[in-house]
Design a protein around this ligand. Structure first.
Ligand SMILES: [Zn+2]
Length: 129
C-alpha cells in the first residue's frame, strides 16, 4: 500500500522572501528546468513566476541558515549560531560542563565538594551559564 500523503520538503525561495514549498521530486524536476535555463517564466503550484525572481531551491536546513546569515548571525566551530555582535563562549561552556561532570564523578570530602562548588559557581558567573 502506498501513501498519498506527501510532505513539502524543498523551498523555492524568491527574492521578495516568498517561500514556495514543494515535494523533493518536484523540486528536482523544477531545478533541472532552471539549470537548463530554457524557460523565463515557470509554473509552480499554479503560479507563474519569472525565473529571475528565484534565489534558489533549498532544503529546510539550508534555508534556515540562509535566514540566520541574512540576520547577521554567524556559526562558530561548535556549530552554534550567535547574534551578529555575539561572542562565542561555547568552548568555555563545554569546559565548565566537563569540569562539572568530572567533579560529580569524583569522591570528595564535604570540604573538597564545597571548594569545587565555589569554583564552579565562579565559572558559571563568569560565562553566565
Ligand atoms: Zn559558539
Amino acid at each position: 500500500m502506498t501513501s498519498d500523503i506527501t510532505v513539502p520538503e524543498m523551498c523555492i525561495y524568491l527574492r521578495n522572501g516568498i517561500e514556495i514549498w514543494v515535494e523533493r521530486n518536484k523540486a528536482e524536476l523544477f531545478g533541472r528546468d532552471l539549470v537548463a535555463g530554457n524557460k523565463s517564466i515557470v509554473q509552480i503550484n499554479g503560479q507563474y513566476i519569472n525565473t529571475v525572481e528565484i534565489v534558489g531551491i533549498f532544503d529546510p536546513v539550508y534555508l534556515q541558515e540562509l535566514k540566520y546569515r541574512k540576520m547577521g548571525m554567524w556559526k562558530c566551530k561548535f556549530e552554534t549560531w550567535h547574534e551578529r555582535e555575539g561572542v562565542c563562549t561555547c568552548y568555555e561552556k563545554q569546559n565548565a560542563r566537563k569540569t562539572q561532570e568530572k567533579l560529580e564523578s569524583m569522591k570528595l570530602t564535604p570540604e573538597e565538594r564545597e571548594k569545587s562548588a565555589q569554583s564552579l559557581r565562579k565559572l558559571r558567573g563568569k560565562y553566565g551559564i
